[in-house]
Design a protein around this ligand. Structure first.
Ligand code: UDP
Ligand code: MG
Length: 320
């Protein structure tokens, strides 16, 4: 069990809520009302709402601008064009000043009423609190099926499993946000990278409502792009495929040749197996390049305990 977070000590804790918005003019005023009602109940917290306009072409930015005139705890950030949901979330995380930061969709599919439960778990010491979908109303069978299969496949291939049936509706401790915004990797896949950090993570379950208004912005093209990003950033396992295929073919050929006492079988599989293994060798080097380019740290420290001794600078050591 992680260590309990102490907040209060003469100051308020800060909570930031990041809301990525792409053509959400129809829902934003409702979202703001429902979110504010929840945040007002968090008496120990100073809350800020950060609306990120991800290059909308409807009146989203006008709505955000008028909302900022109503409340001082509200901020709008407009991206120059549509960069995609993950980039909009990252932009919001960079703007956030909270001790804890919640990322939530603008369309009220993620109920803001869950935030106090997430905050309570954060105070208990959890660094990441994911919202887990028990059910998903108003979504197509195709979307539910592909999501179900995809996340299981991704978890089988990834270095670190992602909490199943979650999206980006999450509470993140400041430490997690600091790691995320300082990573050099491009094409960030938030939910995968958050799990990779390995800091204490728990979840709350909820029933996902249909969108309040408007259409899903995740069309097939965007869904495929997100799926590609998740696989490519979270796993380099497919690069091992030629090695596995090549080795299997060679061993298989040798077995068949031994059983049939026909050495030509070995020759046939040998030609293919050797090619696959040569590709596999390139794959192994690419894995190294992939890791280097992604530039994640080799490890993440969770906690330190005991005396912290400062190592003297080289010149001082020479003088000693
Ligand atoms: N979104 C965004 N940029 C995009 C697509 C979506 O900021 O390019 C936002 C969108 O406004 C919403 C959230 O990401 O707040 C989730 O999108 P959506 O509800 O369309 O996806 P779904 O819930 O259908 O998967
Ligand atoms: Mg939605």
């Amino acid at each position: 069990m992680p260590r309990e977070k102490r907040i209060g000590n003469g100051r308020y804790a800060r909570l930031s809520v990041v809301i990525p918005c792409y053509n959400e003019a129809e829902v934003l005023a409702h979202t703001h009302v429902r979110l504010s009602r929840v945040l007002d109940r968090l008496a120990d917290f100073e809350c800020e709402q950060i609306y990120v306009d991800d290059g909308s072409s409807d009146g989203t930015w006008d709505v955000i601008t008028s909302l900022t005139q109503r409340s001082r705890s509200l901020r709008g950030v407009k991206l120059s064009r549509n960069f995609g949901h993950q980039s909009a979330c990252l932009a919001g995380l960079r703007e956030a000043t909270g001790d804890a930061v919640v990322v939530i969709d603008a369309d009220l599919q993620d109920p803001p009423e869950l935030i106090p439960d997430m905050v309570a778990l954060w105070r208990d010491g959890w660094s990441v609190v994911s919202a887990r979908r028990r059910s998903r109303a108003g979504e197509t069978f195709f979307k539910k099926l592909t999501a179900h299969v995809y996340y299981r496949l991704l978890n089988a291939l990834s270095e670190q499993a992602i909490a199943l049936d979650t999206g980006d509706f999450r509470l993140l401790d400041r430490e997690v946000v600091a790691h995320l915004v300082s990573l050099p990797e491009k094409d960030l896949y938030l939910r995968g990278t958050v799990s990779w950090l390995g800091l204490p993570e728990t979840s709350v379950s909820y029933d996902r409502d249909p969108r309040l208004a408007g259409k899903s912005k995740y069309d097939l093209r965007r869904m495929l792009e997100l799926a590609r990003r998740g696989l490519l950033t979270g796993s380099s396992a497919p690069l091992r495929l030629p090695t596995c295929l090549g080795a299997t073919t060679l061993v298989g050929g040798a077995v068949v040749a031994a059983v049939t006492r026909d050495p030509r079988q070995l020759l046939r599989s040998g030609a293919y197996g050797a090619q696959a293994l040569a590709l596999g060798a390139i794959g192994e080097y690419l894995r190294v390049v992939h890791r280097q380019v992604r530039g994640r740290p080799d490890y993440v420290v969770a906690e330190r305990v005991g005396a912290i001794y400062e190592v003297p600078a080289v010149e001082e050591r020479v003088a000693l």
